[in-house]
Design a protein around this ligand. Sequence first.
Ligand SMILES: Cc1cc2nc3c(=O)[nH]c(=O)nc-3n(C[C@H](O)[C@H](O)[C@H](O)COP(=O)(O)OP(=O)(O)OC[C@H]3O[C@@H](n4cnc5c(N)ncnc54)[C@H](O)[C@@H]3O)c2cc1C
Length: 684
Amino acid sequence: MRKKRIVILGGGFSGVKCAQTLSRALPRDGAEIVLFNRENHLVFTPLLADVIGASVNPLDVVVPLRQLLTGVHCRTEEVTAVHVARNEIEYHSSDGHTCRLGYDHLVLACGNVANLHTVPGMADHAFPLKNIGDAIALRSHVMEQMEKAETCSDAERRRWFLSFIIVGAGYSGVEAAGEINDLVRSSARYFENFRAQDVTVTLIHSRDQILPEINEKLRGFARRKMERAGVKILLNARVASATAEGVALEGGQFVRGGTVVCTVGSSPAAILQRLAALKEKGRLLTDADLRVRGTTNVWATGDCAQIVNAHDGRLSAPTGQFAERQGRQCAWNIARSLRGELTRPFSFKPVGQLCSIGGHAAVAEFQGIRLSGFLAWLLWRGVYLFKLPAWARRCQVGFDWAWQLLFPRDLAHLRARQTDRVSHAHYQPGDVILRQGEESASFYVIETGEVEVVRTSGDPGQVEVINVLGPSSFFGEKALLSNEPLVCSVRARTAVKVLVMGRNVFTQVSATLAPLRDAIAETLNRRSIDLRKMHPEVHEALKGVAIRELMETVPQPLFKPSSTMREVGRAFAEHSHELFYICGDGQMLEGVVTMTDWMRALSRGTGPETPVAELMARHPITLSIEDDGAVAATVVREHRVKNLPVVQSESNRRLVGCVRTRRLMAHVFSRVGRPEHPGSKTIQ
Ligand SMILES: Cc1cc2nc3c(=O)[nH]c(=O)nc-3n(C[C@H](O)[C@H](O)[C@H](O)COP(=O)(O)OP(=O)(O)OC[C@H]3O[C@@H](n4cnc5c(N)ncnc54)[C@H](O)[C@@H]3O)c2cc1C
């Protein structure tokens, strides 16, 4: 008789328990069990916070699947598609080919993934906490922040390095906050430049209580204990955006910190998003016996499924405890259905809740008993030690914990230099992106928004704006090429999104892409003309001259984004302007359309009724009323424009006028006469 093949997709708590139970329940010659997992190990997530806090070693919380699952074919491969109608899965083999494998029964146990994209800037600036890689990266980062604080001479910046923000006060958020707080405060004695009092750990939660799943008394205990240990708890606080400087809360408060850890937000595994099956909020709906609704041989367990617990009629919690029990029940049901017996519904009475809160304390509800403090912490450690799936790991973790009771945490961290990458970053107005005097390791291209280049000279408070850069402009290239500290700072003028290229990527791309190389060379050349040094008299004539004095009325008429190409064409024909501004309600500047844009659109065959929004350049570079003539001259030169729109302020983009090159030059000539420069006869 042909062996029945049972394919399990996912080697987390539920997939592993299902595979273990099946391999015991089914005869070897009657069934083949194949488990696919992206990694070759199971991650014991309840101890991830301990990895961050250096209480256990990263390798101690992962267990190789091959050694754990004897009698199961473990495949470290990514499954890319499930074809329910054909009883097949599709996966990428190691040689890059797409392969198919048929199944008699399929168990979907693929968990979920962290999703930081629901809050602007979170994905760019926060650390997720979902897998072992996240925990290792965070542990390294925390150590690095302490090292940076030690060598930082600026007290405010030092405190920023030592400020840690944890978003979400569920189990993982509370445990991470407790561990980071313990690690950094207890390590302060090894550093000379800061003390435990300089450390700030802030736990932010959107509800009115931390650990909402746990009993009220225990919750209260956890909160008081953590606050006494120095953790700041912000309740009823929602994060509106994250930047490199910290997080902004809804309501306007800004919490500064050099480290943001996000423990909230998840979405279904990618493979489920492509699967046509009944789902609720992305999780698979199952029948009572864990079979995916509408199927006969596809089952779902763990975090990827929404499963009703027959014990109390409530939805199962997305925890390891439930995932394991569902994995086991699913295996029994598959074995029953292979024997032609009736399956049973999933029913489980939760054993309890455990959460460590730092400072050798925990809260625990276990078999109806409530405990808090040191005893609960001992119970927490005992339970998780026992639950680790291999004796080797139990011994290793037990040893790590015993070691820690006698000796301090290990502050060594491997500086494994990562390959450079290209990423995006998000900054709020006023955030410093590059700091004068520091070294830059990246090249930045502005995607949206504006930045200003500022120089601090003499008095520390004396900051001079020397340039404004907008979308498509880049910065950071000079320090990167010269390997010298930055001579200016760059800070966000509006909310800004940038593309960030590490040094190696930048070197490779610019070496192979001639247009980028040429653009950089040209920009470097242009930026090397420092008006202040080469024509101090021109700089003086423009410095401090209010934009109002140089401003003129904007070319009329003003158009709306919905105005048509025909209307704009008629205006070009009737007036001598080379461009028109496009404004939304309240005269808010949205774009600009030049005669060249219009001609290009015409030659592409764009219809006369096409809205001008489709051909305008969006978010043009602007000056604000607060700028002066010297900034206007630099911006004109940087962006090679003859007409610059002026808006009310950096935060209010109401169009109030424009500055023309001709007027700027006339102003200079009236004060100092025509400036001379070898090879360059004008200030442009
Ligand atoms: C930091 C943290 C702390 C936690 N602490 C606790 C705790 O103390 N107690 C508790 O009960 N629960 C805890 N949990 C929750 C618990 O980890 C989850 O509920 C549990 O892991 C869910 O198990 P699962 O098998 O459904 O999915 P997972 O454990 O997420 O496993 C899914 C597996 O599927 C693999 N996979 C996904 N898609 C594919 C694909 N296409 N191809 C191949 N492989 C794929 C993934 O790589 C992963 O290995 C914690 C979670 C986190 C993140």
